[in-house]
Design a protein around this ligand. Structure first.
Ligand SMILES: C[S@@+](CC[C@H](N)C(=O)[O-])C[C@H]1O[C@@H](n2cnc3c(N)ncnc32)[C@H](O)[C@@H]1O
Length: 405
């Protein structure tokens, strides 16, 4: 009899925890413009459901495991949010009232800290700092009413990071499960001018449909972001392999066993039977790349060469080249046009058999590449609109000499 009671009690406890673990809810992963489809595919691969693409974000449904995987495995996510409150709002008073109604102590306690990030695009609220202040007041007042005390704010390293998004009169309050932005992989110890965001670089490689089985080249590698992300993809090394912490590890429902199983469940490769080549004309860029490749633990997998692009080539006759040449902040237009025309010459003569992808914000200069494009995509590098064009190069590729591309 006693035994039966004990068993039932254990079962109840077990069921309680497995329900928590398996409870499904909506989440939102943020990304760059132009990478929504790539991110949706990544989320599908990790088992997310009800995936919907939005502008610079993808919503999906999943459980705790999906959340851990989205943070650890998705290369194009910037952060993963878990919405906890949605309401209509047209005034600070309604904002305060709705936030105060929420049972915040279910998420964190008096000894914990919190921070508030706001994204506001609304005729009813013009100052995002003011929104953050009202939300903070509402949370603090809710705690004070219940305990006569309040938790503190810590903007740098809070227990819980709260994201407030107001678009017109719709407010969504979410928990930020990522903490630091996911593009901060942890390998960037050195930088050059205009390094690409890591998530954008990964997205470009995934968009290029490189087969991870043939040569990969970046002939203007700067600090090495593109070749490093390419090696991580080819070796199936998670983008979060060096990241020290995530927002969700401080949450009340953190499941360390599940988290460890997500991390140990990844099967990485240790050998590559093709080349990943990174080159740049600048010794400083090569030094920065070398440092970053070393801290990424990828020295064995990336060949680093200091050379001008017109000296770069591949003798394998098949592969993918992805690079972002300078946009010309420092070059005069005529020089920039000539520079891009020379890139086209090098692609044509040295890379027959390759797919080449060029990212640039200098649209007029891109026309001077003078090769037929087979795909034309738009991406944003920060606030800067860029074109990401594909050129399929074959023996006998001809340059085309008109500006109407
Ligand atoms: C926009 S940066 C690339 C940034 C890089 N993707 C990163 O994430 O750090 C352009 C790079 O092109 C290099 N570059 C410019 N002209 C070159 C040439 N003719 N040959 C090789 N590299 C060149 C510059 O030295 C610079 O490092």
């Amino acid at each position: 009899m006693q035994f039966t009671f004990f068993k039932t009690f254990c079962e109840v406890i077990f069921e309680y925890f497995s329900t928590m673990e398996n409870e499904k809810y909506e989440m939102l992963a943020k990304t760059f413009f132009g990478l929504e489809e790539v991110l949706a595919n990544e989320l599908k691969e990790i088992g997310a459901e009800e995936i919907v693409q939005h502008n610079r974000a993808v919503s999906f449904v999943g459980n705790l495991e999906t959340m851990y995987k989205a943070n650890y495995l998705s290369r194009t996510s910037l952060r993963v949010l878990k919405p906890i409150l949605k309401f209509k709002v047209q005034s600070p008073k309604v904002l305060y009232k709705n936030v105060k109604k929420y049972d915040w102590k279910s998420l964190f306690s008096l000894k914990d800290t919190f921070a508030i990030d706001t994204v506001v695009s609304s005729e009813y609220f013009t100052h995002s700092k003011f929104v953050a202040l009202r939300v903070k007041d509402a949370i603090v007042d809710r705690f004070r009413d219940e305990f006569d005390e309040r938790p503190n704010v810590d903007v740098d390293n809070p227990t819980v990071r709260i994201n407030v998004h107001i678009f017109n009169d719709s407010c969504t309050i979410s928990l930020d499960s990522s903490g630091d932005s996911l593009h901060k992989r942890g390998y960037r110890t050195a930088s050059t001018t205009a390094p690409l965001n890591e998530a954008l670089a990964a997205g470009m490689i995934l968009l290029s449909e490189w087969d991870h089985n043939s040569d990969f080249i970046d002939g203007m590698c700067g600090s090495g972001t593109i070749p490093i992300e390419a090696a991580l993809i080819a070796l199936n090394i998670p983008p979060g392999y060096l990241k020290e912490s995530y927002g969700f590890v401080k949450w009340k429902d953190f499941d360390s066993e599940l988290w460890e199983s997500v991390k140990s469940g990844v099967k990485t490769k240790t050998e590559l039977n093709f080349n990943i080549i990174a080159s740049d004309k600048s010794p400083d860029a090569i030094a920065a790349s070398a440092r970053n490749i070393k801290s990424a633990k990828l020295l064995k997998y990336i060949k680093l060469e200091q050379k001008y692009f017109d000296q770069q080539s591949s003798n394998s006759g098949v592969g993918t080249l992805v690079m972002n040449p300078p946009y010309g902040e420092r070059l005069k237009e005529d020089d920039l046009n000539l520079f891009y025309s020379e890139i086209g010459d090098t692609l044509k003569t040295n890379f027959a058999g390759f797919d080449a992808w060029i990212l640039s914000a200098s649209f007029s200069s891109m026309k001077k590449i003078g090769l037929k494009t087979s795909k034309r995509l738009t991406l944003f590098n920060g606030a800067l609109e860029c074109k990401f064009f594909k050129y399929e190069l074959y023996h006998g590729t001809k340059k085309i000499f008109h500006d109407k591309e």
